[in-house]
Design a protein around this ligand. Sequence first.
Ligand code: GLC
Length: 428
Amino acid sequence: MSDLDKAAEAVLRANDRGGYTVPTAGLYPYQWNWDSAFAALGFAEFDIDRAWRELETLAEGAWPNGMWPHILFRADDPDYFPGPSVWGAGTSVGAPIASSGVSQPPVAATVARILYERDPAAGRARLRALFPKLLAWRDWFHRDRRGSGGAILVTHPWESGRDNSPDWDGAMARVPIRDLGSFQRRDTGHVDPSMRPTKDDYDRYLSLVAWGREAGWDTHRIAAEGPFAVADPTMTFILLRADRDLRVLAEGLGEIEAAARLGADCEAGADAAKALWSEDLGAYAARDERSGIFADGVSSAALLAWYAGLRDRAHEQRLLATLHDLLDAAPLSVPSFDPRHPKFDARRYWRGPVWAVVNWMVARGLHEAGHLSEAERLRRDTRRLIEGAGFYEYFDPCDGSGAGGPDFTWTAAIWLAWASPTKKEGWN
Ligand code: GLC
């Protein structure tokens, strides 16, 4: 174990609140959905029981309609905004825990498979208990969030996990800003405002929350009629990956009917992905469901196509060329948005910075598709970033400096599970 391995383990332990982990102290004091999935991946390197526990506590917040929300508010922390009283969700729809009213990409399903395959005998009972909830969650996506062409919609930028990506600019500009009274953001008290979403972004984020609250968090209606619905490559690809992994698990558990349904949806999902292809960009791109307009720049979400298992010959060579353009444009990859585009901002959150968790997913997909040198490049870059700056929330792709919050759970987890040189092959 290296010193950095030990430090990464210490970050996970320090952010452990007893069965669940916060992304980082201060800035994010609750349990976040895909953060927890990545935390489990990190815990699995030294405590597999604790890794399962992370997924189990996340599943505790599932809504009666199957959705796993993006934040679980187990206690009210005045240091975070918007908290449980602003969302008014979760318990209001019969769930056991107060929560946000949107979901997040279902990385947890893929991590469940990874944990299970580490030690199937020890993991079987836990998988069996978790499986119905994972299945209900993905059924919810297919029921309530399929847009035209079958791609998966997000109804709030926070749902995608890429809060202020330029992918949402067009649709966000059409979100009416409501009279929100006065509110005080807490994030800018923890982190330099130049690294965070703008005030205008926040006004629209909160206007969307107000809309959902008034709709009684009827998730079907929100997707059909709400002010924001964008077909998202992150969600479409991560769900497709989750479906593929759940299908393998269903077969292993003898869940024949579920396995057949998952298999059919995987085929449909591969077709749906085609609806996100932008010939202009040479990449998959977000598409506003209401206007039909594609995002006008390449974001790292496009590169999750390999992680989704897509082997679309017609588009793959072009996407590979786009990947190389991004690798050439940023010394430390993968930038979350194209550095050659005028909207690129090297330090502002999802408008340019590198995120270790995205690198892990992109590289995993590239590795599986046989693009080994590209996968290795991403691992090397991720390693250099963390060695140089520490376990930051994200990194500047131009100078490698860390940005956002320090001692971040998911960056430490990715270090342990993949980026550390002590992790030899690093894929399971
Ligand atoms: C930000 C990120 C999101 C993450 C959350 C907690 O909102 O954009 O992806 O889940 O912080 O780390």
